[in-house]
Design a protein around this ligand. Sequence first.
Ligand SMILES: [Zn+2]
Length: 268
Amino acid sequence: MKRSLFITAALAAIITCTSCGNDTVGKSVNSSSGPASTTEAAAETTAAGTTANETTAEAATEEQTESVQENTQHPISADAPAEGDPDYAPKPQQYDIEGLKYIDGTLIANKTYSLPSDFNPGLDPLCESQFYKLSEAAAAEGLSIYLSSGFRSYDYQAQIYSNYVEWNGQEQADTFSARPGHSEHQSGLAIDVNQIDDTFIGTPEAIWLEEHCHEFGFILRYPRGKQDITGYKYESWHIRYVGTDLAYIIHETGLTLEEYFGIDSEYQ
Ligand SMILES: [Zn+2]
């Protein structure tokens, strides 16, 4: 298990919600939507997956290579096209590796799917290097997008969450802070940028981030108007690394990860 720790200490601030839905439930998404080839995407997805050890990483690579190739056309919806329909795409493949939930090679951490308490990968190196490319591209346009909070350990998240429960009560805390084991920051694939609160909304940096983060393999993970689906209020500052193929699809369809994979985000 990877033990390198990149502790970035920044406390999540209290968040208020904005809601204005923009539900573009996807029709089929063309595989040409991303610049990366399927092979590159498979490699990126594998790296993004941050598996627990080399053996499982190899196993995952095989499955992911297959599934990514199948994965170019399937927004999930209740009335998904039937087999034989030109828009038909197979259901995403779900599998568990040492307590980690993967769907088509993408590691899932939400209110339904948790990470083991000893999963402690540090910030994923590909996620980190792609973030610095994003930051440089923004800087070239005179914008400052910087990392405020990256990897957070299970124990650190437990501390943050219990503080919020104490200050705000559990019901309120659950709308903006993850319970330990359920934070995407523990996956090493999520980054909070700049000021971690709603004062970031509408800034040139926030607008640029929403328009361009997919070009670097990131998605805005908790978009506005999707709280009932993602389980979290709109977070203009929280991006998740998924690789460019999936990021382009998510960006173009306006789907959340939950909608795209057809999964829930609810505490059991
Ligand atoms: Zn975050």
